[in-house]
Design a protein around this ligand. Sequence first.
Ligand SMILES: C[S@@+](CC[C@H](N)C(=O)[O-])C[C@H]1O[C@@H](n2cnc3c(N)ncnc32)[C@H](O)[C@@H]1O
Length: 301
Amino acid sequence: MGDRTWSLSGLAKRVKASQRGVEILCRNLTSIGLLNYEDGRYRSSHMARRYLNMHSPEFRGAYLELLQRQWEDWSKLTSGIRIGKPVDEDKPETAEYRQSFTWAMHQRSVETARQVTRQLPLTKARSFLDLGGGPGTYALHFLKRNSSLRATIMDRPAALEVAKTLAKRYRLQSRMNFVPGDFLTESIPWRYDVVWYSNVLHIYSPKENLKVFRNVKRSLVPGGRIFIQDTFMQNPHGLGSVEANIFAVTMLLYTKTGNTYSVQDVKRWLQRAGFSRTKTHRLRQGTGDWEGIILEGRIPD
Ligand SMILES: C[S@@+](CC[C@H](N)C(=O)[O-])C[C@H]1O[C@@H](n2cnc3c(N)ncnc32)[C@H](O)[C@@H]1O
């Protein structure tokens, strides 16, 4: 709709749809704040112009595409529950899918990364690894806030293409390294003060995560730390929150072994992997990815 105001008949003609359909759609979009209505004409709201206009620098198109793809996959939920793994698990992943997914990850976290990194100062750290960093949105924001830091992103090659584009856009490429690889089967190169493991825990089983933690431990300098950001099960029986439960369903549909876990479980795995001190960071309400819980594990000095 751009910046213009539209009559219903004009809009219906332009999008080649029925006026009845467009009228009901516009009324609904107005009620949720995506359109404004005045004198019989509709116009995109400020929010819609900012996030839903493909010419806006803040366009969230890739994230919407991801949600649209999920729409179809959620209809296979019954089969997913029966077989306990993704229905089309044999379909190979394309580079195009990985890149589009990675842009979606950037679009969903760009605002949050700004707030999260503000609350986790890495003042003494010099080297930072964003493990499974995807677009590297968190690494970029940690770099912006910590001028002595250098960051490495380890991920699949297609994801790193997006990370490199963003690094240039943020003018931070001279402080970054990119490592293509699989951190479950390959060793992690170099040594780091801090490893950031954000939204990856839920892709893997407890056993696989334990293996990753052991790999991470080998890649840390003495006294080094891992930070884990994810959605965590929070009541003693591991039955909540609603958000963490629903996300476990998403993992059932899209991963072979993923799930959501409790803070206590993850701390236990960290201890077993050699992180002798663990800590829970709680971010200011409404400022975190998920519920704003970040777990920290530290290895001995
Ligand atoms: C859900 S995204 C999270 C991206 C980013 N860390 C964030 O918080 O927005 C998970 C990322 O982990 C990467 N990943 C998962 N398993 C991996 C593995 N075994 N080796 C390398 N990268 C992996 C995926 O390619 C993807 O970019």
